[in-house]
Structure formats: structure tokens, C-alpha cells
Design a protein around this ligand. Structure first.
Ligand code: NAD
Length: 379
């Protein structure tokens, strides 16, 4: 019998993405998967129920979905409370930020599979890399949000009414999102500089036509797996102090710095924001309930300071471009699902390198090493 896969309607506030789009349905059906979609699941990303039905999916109500699905596909963790024993869920579950929730799922007999555990340097896993696809979208959107909020031109413009200088944009954190943000800001005509604690990013920044800023106060900060390491509080303070001089000279600052499983590093203090010129714009892509890269940013909110700086808490940018974000995510999650199937069934195999990264709970235990270690440390 075909494995039954259910696509839920996301319930988190502001979440407009959907885990599977209609164009991904035929490929799954060809592999022996029966797809059911909770009615209205794709509506906020502009994928109506009829498009799913035409592609061969069944449209069902919420109770039917959670009762019948063997594998539930989602974007973030909101649906986890409704799952039942024996079900599997695939999504961006942020296990390192919520290890206790993972332990609870294990106790309830649920197999939790999280796309953010994917070993990203494996080339056969690249089609499944949802962190990259969503960061790309977020970086692009960050530059557009900044340009739209900044009340001057981004490019150099010479007209009969005078000349306008190009905007100067500083991108802090030059990973996937930062590089996309700087490329997009460059295409809009801004002069762009960027900084990252990983020295390897210098070449990538320069190849996109931006200038790399080097800081004297911080040692190179490359960690494991291509990610940055967490800086000590002293290093972070020195970094923020040295960055302050650069930030004050820019019109727009886009911050993207993250360290996996940690609070985002604080890079722009409240005092630094006070030193910026009126009309400047900061987009903090790391803004979250844990805090962001900017001391005064608030997730999902736009603040205008007394000195006229607009600070946008923008940790949710992929959800603000839900059609492209869902299309890309659907390709990633389908590729992972197909990788997990053998003879038409979900086959968990922790000897497989991809599965060892993404399978967080199975058989009643937390099986993913990093999450299990965090739980051991907490007990
Ligand atoms: P991320 O979202 O974890 O962090 C964003 C950026 O913030 C990173 O570049 C990081 O170095 C930087 N950062 C963290 N703390 C900082 C600090 N205190 N100061 C300045 N910058 C700081 O990273 P990401 O965008 O997911 O990418 C991480 C790495 O993974 C990169 O090296 C990227 O090239 C690599 N990657 C490789 C593949 C692949 O090989 N297929 C795919 C995706 C990403």
C-alpha cells in the first residue's frame, strides 16, 4: 500500500509558506506516495486547493489529515502537538533550540525529522538543503525591504534635477543570506561592504563586487562544518566596538549573523544605532525571540528611533515571499522524503549520513547526536 503523506496548513503567526506545492505532487505520486493536503494549506502562498487536486492530491479536513497521515510535512513546529504515536513529521523543527520538545516527541513515539540537521557539505544532499533555499530568499528580500524603506535612491542618479549619491550598504554576516543580500543591493546600484568572522568569506564577498571589511580586534572565527564559532563575550564586545565606527558611516545595515543552536551574536549596540544618521535603515534578519544581531530590534516589528533610524526586525523574511519560498522548500522536502523511502515505505537507517543528521527522534529515543548531547548537558 502507498505511504500516506499529509501536508498541513501552517498555524504559526505570520507563517504564509506551505511545505508542498502542487507541482511537487506528481513526482511523489510516481514514487508511490499518496498525498493529502489540509484544505486551505497553500492558500496564503497562492496555491489554491483546486491546483493540488488537479495535481493528484486529496483535499482533506484537519482531523482526517492527522488521523490518516503516516508522514506529516510541515514548515515549522506548530503542528507537533497534534501528532500521534507512530507518525513521522518532517519540517524545519529547530531541534537545537528546542531539545526538550524533541525529547517529548520521542516519548510520544513520534519520529521527528528536521531539515536543519542536514549535512550541508555533502553534494548529494544539496537538493534537500532548505536552510540554503530559505536563506537565499531571505537575503534577497532583505535588500528589497531595505531599499523600499530607505527614502533615497540606491543607485547613483544624474538627472537635470541634480545628482544623487549611491546608498552605502553594510552587510554583517556573509553566509548564504548575506551574500544574496549584498548581490541584490549591488544590482540595485548601492555601494556595498560586508564583514564576516569567517575569513573564507572574503573571497566570496569580493567576487560579488563588494568590499570586505577586516577587523583587528577579533581572531578568525571559523567553527565546524563551515559555520562560525560562538565568540566569547569579550570578543563580541570588541567586535561590536570596532564595527560601530563602520556602521555610523553607512546608510543601510543588513545583519544576518547566526551560530547554529545559539542566540544570534549581538553586533550592533543601542549606542551604535544612536550614532547613525537620520534616515538610515537597519534590517536585522537574525531578530527572533532569543534576541537578534541588533540590541534594540524586535522580531516582526519596525521601530523608528528618536534619532531617525528605522530598525526592522526581519527574522521572518521567507514567510514574506511565500510563493518562491514554498516552491523551493517543496523541492527540498520532496527530495528528502524520496531519500527516506524504500519499497514505498519510510525506512529509517541511521547508518546513512544524511539520515544521521536529520532524524532527531525514532523508536522512542532522541537519536541525533547533537540534540542528544544538549539534552545530556541539560539533565
Ligand atoms: P549561518 O546562517 O549559520 O550564519 C550566517 C553568517 O553569519 C555566516 O557566514 C557566519 O560566519 C556569520 N557569523 C556568525 N557569527 C558571526 C559574528 N560574530 N560576526 C560576523 N559574522 C558572523 O550560515 P550559513 O549562511 O548557513 O552558511 C554557513 C556556511 O555553510 C558557509 O560557509 C556556507 O558557505 C556554507 N554552506 C555550504 C553549503 C554547501 O557546501 N553546499 C551549503 C550551504 C552553506
Amino acid at each position: 500500500m502507498a505511504v500516506q503523506v499529509g501536508v498541513v496548513k501552517e498555524t504559526a503567526a505570520g507563517e504564509r509558506r506551505v511545505a508542498l506545492t502542487p507541482d511537487a505532487v506528481p513526482r511523489l505520486r510516481d514514487a508511490g506516495v499518496e498525498v493529502m493536503v489540509e484544505s486551505g494549506a497553500g492558500a496564503s502562498a497562492w496555491f489554491p486547493d483546486e491546483d493540488y487536486a488537479q495535481a493528484g492530491a486529496g483535499i482533506v479536513d484537519t482531523d482526517t489529515l492527522y488521523t490518516r497521515a503516516e508522514v506529516v510535512l510541515c514548515v515549522n513546529q506548530a503542528p507537533l502537538q497534534r501528532l500521534r504515536e507512530g507518525q513521522a513529521v518532517i519540517g524545519l523543527l529547530a531541534p537545537l533550540l528546542n531539545p526538550a520538545l524533541m525529547s517529548e516527541l520521542a516519548g510520544r513515539g513520534i519520529t521527528a525529522i528536521s531539515l536543519d540537521g542536514l549535512p550541508r557539505t555533502l553534494s548529494r544532499a544539496q537538493g534537500m538543503d532548505a536552510l540554503t533555499s530559505q536563506s537565499n530568499i531571505a537575503g534577497y528580500k532583505a535588500a528589497l525591504v531595505a531599499a523600499d524603506t530607505f527614502e533615497r535612491f540606491f543607485p547613483l542618479l544624474i538627472t537635470a534635477a541634480g545628482t544623487s549619491k549611491p546608498a552605502s550598504v553594510l552587510v554583517l554576516g556573509a553566509g548564504v543570506a548575506g551574500l544574496q543580500a549584498l548581490g541584490t543591493a549591488r544590482r540595485l546600484g548601492a555601494i556595498v561592504r560586508a564583514y564576516d568572522v569567517r575569513p573564507q568569506s572574503k573571497g566570496e564577498v569580493e567576487s560579488l563586487g563588494a568590499q570586505f571589511i577586516e577587523l583587528a580586534s577579533v581572531e578568525a572565527g571559523a567553527g565546524e562544518g563551515g559555520y562560525a564559532r560562538a565568540l566569547t563575550p569579550e570578543e563580541q564586545a570588541a567586535q561590536a566596538a570596532e564595527l560601530a565606527e563602520h556602521i555610523a558611516k553607512h546608510d543601510v545595515v543588513i545583519t544576518t549573523a547566526q551560530v547554529p543552536g545559539r542566540r544570534p551574536p549581538l553586533m550592533v549596540t543601542a549606542d551604535t544605532v544612536k550614532s547613525m544618521r537620520a534616515g538610515s535603515v537597519i534590517v536585522d534578519m537574525a531578530a527572533s525571540d532569543l534576541g537578534g544581531n541588533v540590541e534594540i530590534s524586535q522580531p516582526g516589528e519596525t521601530i523608528v528611533t528618536n534619532n531617525g533610524v528605522t530598525v526592522i526586525g526581519a527574522g521572518d523574511l521567507p514567510a514574506r515571499m511565500p510563493t518562491s519560498a514554498s516552491n523551493a522548500y517543496a523541492r527540498n522536502i520532496s527530495a528528502l522524503l524520496l531519500h527516506l523511502l524504500a519499497d514505498g515505505e519510510l525506512r529509517i537507517d541511521l547508518d546513512d549520513e544524511i539520515q544521521r543528521g536529520v532524524v532527531i527522534t525514532h523508536g522512542g529515543s532522541v537519536v541525533q547526536e547533537t540534540t542528544a548531547k544538549l539534552l545530556e548537558g541539560a539533565s
